[in-house]
Design a protein around this ligand. Structure first.
Ligand code: ATP
Length: 224
C-alpha cells in the first residue's frame, strides 16, 4: 500500500473530475516526485459546493477516476465524498482523513491544487482552517500565473505567513505550509473536454483511452 510508506507526506487531490483528464494525471504524478510524497489519494467531490452541478453523476466521475488511476501504484481513490449525501467541503474531507485510517493527526498531508483553485481559496468553507489540517501545494497552470500581488488581500496575508520555498520541509510538520511546484504545462480543462464531446469532436490524447471508452459506452457529455 503506497500510502503507508513510512511517514512520508501523503498527497490529497480533490476535484470535480468531470471528467478526469491528463492534466490532472500529470499534476498528481509530478507532484509525487517534486514533493517527495508517499502517494496521492484522489478524492472526487460528490456535490461540489462552489460550482454548478457537474454534468456527469458522481458515481460516473468516480468510475472514470478509478479507470484513469488504475495500475499506478502511487495512486489510491477515496470514494468517501461521492458516497456522502452532502456538499463536499475540503475542510471536512481533511477532518475525515485526520480521524481515519492511514492518516491520523501527525501524518503530513499535502493538499494539491491548481493555481486557479488556489486563487479562489477565500471562497472555500472555513478556508483558514485548511492550514491546521494540511499543507497546500500549488501547481502552475497555463493562464493562471501565481502572482502574490494579484491575490485577494486575505490570501496574500496568509501567503506571507505560510509560504515556504523548500518542499523538503513538508515532511517535518503535519500541516501549515504553502509550496508551489512546476509541472509540465498542459492547457487542458474539463470544460474544454465537455465542449469537444458535445460537438462530437475527438478528445483523444486529452484523456486516458479507458476514460474515453467509458464516456462512449455510457453516452456521457452529449449535451453542453
Ligand atoms: P473545469 O474545467 O470543469 O472547471 P478542471 O479541468 O479545472 O475542470 P477540476 O476537477 O475542477 O478540473 O480540477 C481539479 C484540480 O485540478 C483543481 O485544483 C485544478 O486547478 C487542477 N487542474 C485541472 N486541470 C489542470 C491543468 N491542466 N493544469 C494544472 N492544474 C489543473
Amino acid at each position: 500500500m503506497p500510502e503507508s510508506t513510512g511517514d512520508r507526506p501523503l498527497g490529497v487531490f480533490g476535484g470535480t473530475f468531470d471528467p478526469v483528464h491528463l492534466g490532472h494525471l500529470r499534476l498528481a504524478e509530478e507532484a509525487t516526485d517534486a514533493l517527495g510524497l508517499a502517494g496521492i489519494r484522489w478524492i472526487p467531490a460528490g456535490q461540489p459546493a462552489l460550482r454548478d452541478a457537474p454534468q456527469a453523476a458522481a458515481q460516473q466521475r468516480l468510475a472514470m477516476v478509478r479507470l484513469a488511476t488504475a495500475g499506478n501504484p502511487r495512486f489510491t481513490v477515496d470514494a468517501g465524498e461521492v458516497e456522502a449525501a452532502r456538499p463536499s467541503y475540503t475542510v471536512q474531507t481533511l477532518e475525515r482523513l485526520r480521524r481515519a485510517d492511514a492518516c491520523g493527526p501527525q501524518r503530513p498531508l499535502v493538499l494539491l491544487v491548481g493555481a486557479d483553485a488556489f486563487a479562489g481559496l477565500p471562497a472555500w468553507h472555513r478556508w483558514q482552517s485548511l492550514f491546521d489540517l494540511a499543507h497546500i501545494a500549488i501547481a502552475h497552470r497555463p493562464g493562471f500565473p501565481i502572482a502574490v500581488a494579484d491575490l485577494p488581500a486575505t490570501l496574500a496575508a496568509c501567503w506571507s505567513v505560510h509560504f515556504c520555498d523548500q518542499p523538503a520541509l513538508l515532511a517535518e510538520s503535519p500541516s501549515g505550509r504553502i509550496v508551489t511546484f512546476a509541472m509540465t504545462q498542459m492547457a487542458i480543462s474539463a470544460t474544454q473536454i465537455r465542449a469537444l464531446l458535445a460537438s462530437g469532436a475527438s478528445t483523444r490524447y486529452l484523456l486516458p483511452d479507458a476514460v474515453i471508452a467509458h464516456i462512449d459506452k455510457h453516452h456521457l457529455y452529449q449535451e453542453n
